[in-house]
Design a protein around this ligand. Structure first.
Ligand code: KIV
Length: 266
């Protein structure tokens, strides 16, 4: 693990790959959870547009707006001391060309303390990635399953078009991306991409051979209601103690045992 004092930068991600150090990333969307995630020593915190699904309760990430991403990223940016904070560009803030993308990403960097943006795409977004990079904005690309294209892809299934997956990741690197997320692709394709790129691959449902991994916080802590994707490992089940604590509080209010002497002023 990198030292807790040393802030992680985008170039550090590349250096970690070169040194064979695995990169750990988790999502966060607010001040207290971002501070806890950062204190666990992760390298990157993603303010993902998954906020639309795990916090806002939408069925897709599509309703999330730029103002909402900035609202969440500003809280996360203030909480984090160590990790690199990457903010998702929501749909369709980068689909209308590099200039519009620079305006949107510029707002993200100016109005939050976050250091990088992520966008979904590879070869199709190469010009936009290059434009953002030329404006000094570090870009993480996101290839494979692209949740903002769920309607075009027909669902959240595993992406198996090897040629396209490789071409997208290579195009993202050539356009100047500092890292690429590989979501829901076969492990052997992820291994091939990882071996052919200088920049790190960050897997989510892409096997063990990526340079790093990212998970959605609510999924890994057992806080997501409804179906959790197969690639998620639940490292905790916080739903149960969460509900139990509130049920105990309710019971103590009803039985007149809360507030007790310790919580009462005299
Ligand atoms: O929005 C998000 O949380 C993401 C991860 C699934 C990589 O893009």
């Amino acid at each position: 693990m990198s030292s807790a004092q040393e802030p992680i930068t985008a170039p550090k991600f590349t250096a970690m790959k070169a040194a064979g150090e695995r990169i750990t990333m988790v999502t966060a969307y607010d001040f207290p959870t971002a501070a806890l995630v950062d204190s666990a020593g992760v390298d990157g915190i993603l303010v993902g547009d998954s906020v639309g699904m795990v916090v806002q309760g939408h069925a897709t990430t599509l309703p999330v707006t730029l103002d909402q991403m900035i609202y969440h990223a500003e809280m996360v940016g203030r909480a984090v001391q160590h990790a690199l904070v990457i903010v998702d560009m929501p749909f369709p803030t980068y689909h209308l060309g590099a200039q519009r993308a620079i305006e949107a990403a510029g707002r993200i960097l100016k109005e939050t303390r976050c250091q990088a943006v992520k966008l979904e795409g590879g070869a199709d977004q190469a010009a936009v990635i290059a434009g953002l990079v030329s404006a000094g904005i570090p870009v993480m690309a996101h290839c494979g399953l692209r949740p903002q294209s769920v309607h075009q892809m027909g669902g959240y299934g595993v992406q198996r078009d090897r040629e396209r997956l490789v071409a997208d990741a290579v195009a993202a690197e050539e356009a100047g991306a500092f890292a690429v997320v590989l979501e829901c692709i076969p492990a052997d394709v992820a291994r091939e991409i990882t071996a052919s790129l200088r920049i790190p691959t960050i897997g989510i449902g892409a096997g063990l051979d990526c340079d790093g991994q990212v998970l959605v916080l609510h999924d890994m802590l057992g806080l997501t209601s409804g179906r959790v994707p197969r690639h998620v490992k639940a490292y905790a089940d916080l739903k149960q103690p969460f509900v139990a604590a509130i049920a105990q509080y309710r019971s103590e209010v009803r039985s007149r045992t809360f507030p007790g002497p310790d919580q009462t002023f005299r």
